[in-house]
Design a protein around this ligand. Structure first.
Ligand SMILES: NC(=O)C1=CN([C@@H]2O[C@H](COP(=O)(O)OP(=O)(O)OC[C@H]3O[C@@H](n4cnc5c(N)ncnc54)[C@H](O)[C@@H]3O)[C@@H](O)[C@H]2O)C=CC1
Ligand SMILES: O=C([O-])CC(=O)C(=O)O
Length: 329
């Protein structure tokens, strides 16, 4: 085992996603069995006691890869020297809400955390935002951290990506591992566009294999886009274990690279690719290598896809304008 632990911050560590995420991180799901991890856990003051209980359980697992745990309510202390920050801590939505309704409640969290990361994080820090509305929260954190390169911020659309793979596998009777190159475009919201026109199933075009445009439009896309709400309806609270799993998948691919012949969906700062307005945190197909991502270029976009990609961009513009109005960026 190497000796220097990787310092990973998790915010909202006493919450429901935290309860699944921390144990996976500590057991090596992100960094593998040979790299020790130091967990830096941020919570609000009233949740620290509950977090102490979670740390007792982490201790009780005796994970060989867990080098240490620090908890606290001071972002500048907890983010000090972190190599990866997973920003999960934020209010979840309840039944009947859209994620964008959380902007006024959650936005301010990300100004303070962006500023703290800017001051004290390690030079190589990468920041993944899971807390909703994830894209615009990432925009807020990025805008408040002027010394951290913008490409070090991303928001989580990997859960949507994984949901799309799962729905496609079920429809076609294929193995999840045979499905590649699915894309989530845009916002982690009901306007997102899950795109299988460039995806492959066992090397063949996925949309052609499905051969059912009506299913794609009326079943697949809304099922993936509204899956979060369906889970809230069924469980009484929002997705947690699957969100934690996707948070790890996204961070693992970012740090260690996407597999050959595949790509991932990640919401990153638009550079204007595919005519997405520059500066929005928009989900694209990306390949990653050595901690850097690149937007996959040259995909053909037909009229149907264009309309969906523009609609989700329009929603992100509205969210950006709203947080500008609130003085958060
Ligand atoms: N991007 C995605 O795919 C998904 C995002 N989410 C979002 O993740 C967020 C967390 O979800 P849950 O864990 O279920 O919520 P939760 O309510 O169980 O936990 C959130 C935790 O964050 C803490 N917190 C609040 N303000 C904080 C601050 N300023 N600093 C540090 N911690 C703070 C709370 O004390 C609480 O313990 C929600 O916004 C939810 O909507 C959930 C599922 C998927
Ligand atoms: O739907 C929600 O509010 C939680 C979430 O982001 C998801 O499950 O995708």
């Amino acid at each position: 085992m190497s000796t220097t632990p990787v310092k990973v911050a998790v915010t909202g560590a006493a919450g429901q996603i935290g309860y699944s995420l921390l144990f996976r991180l500590a057991s090596g799901s992100l960094l593998g069995p040979d790299t020790p991890i130091q967990l830096q856990l941020l919570e609000i003051t009233p949740a620290l006691k509950a977090l102490e209980g979670v740390v007792m359980e982490l201790d009780d697992c005796a994970f060989p890869t867990l080098a240490g745990v620090e908890i606290g309510d001071d972002a500048e202390k907890i983010f000090d020297g972190v190599n990866l920050a997973l920003l999960v801590g934020a209010r979840p939505r309840g039944p009947g809400m859209e994620r964008g309704d959380l902007l006024s409640a959650n936005g301010a969290i990300f100004t303070a955390q962006g500023q703290a990361l800017n001051k004290v994080a390690a030079d190589d820090v990468r920041i993944g935002v899971t807390g909703n509305p994830a894209n615009t929260n990432a925009l807020i954190a990025m805008s408040n951290a002027p010394d951290i390169p913008a490409e070090r911020f991303s928001a989580l659309t990997r859960l949507d990506h994984n949901r799309a793979i799962s729905q496609l596998a079920a429809k076609t009777g294929s193995a999840v591992s045979d499905i590649k190159k699915v894309t989530i475009w845009g916002n982690h919201s009901a306007t997102q566009y899950p795109d299988i026109f460039h995806a492959e199933i066992a090397g063949k075009n996925a949309a052609e294999t499905v051969g059912d445009q009506a299913w794609i439009e009326n079943d697949f896309i809304p099922t993936v886009a509204k899956r979060g709400a369906a889970i809230i309806e069924a469980r009484g609270s929002s997705s947690a274990a699957s969100a934690a799993s996707a948070t790890i998948d996204a961070a693992r691919d970012w740090l260690h690279g996407t597999p050959e012949g595949d790509w991932a969906s990640m919401a990153v700062r638009s550079d204007g690719s595919y005519d997405v307005p520059e500066g929005l945190i928009y989900s694209f197909p990306v390949t990653t290598k050595n901690g850097d991502w690149e937007i996959v270029q040259g995909l053909e976009i037909d009229e149907f896809s264009r309309g969906k990609m523009d609609a989700t961009a329009a929603e992100l513009i509205e969210e950006r304008d709203a947080v500008k109005e609130l003085g958060l960026i």
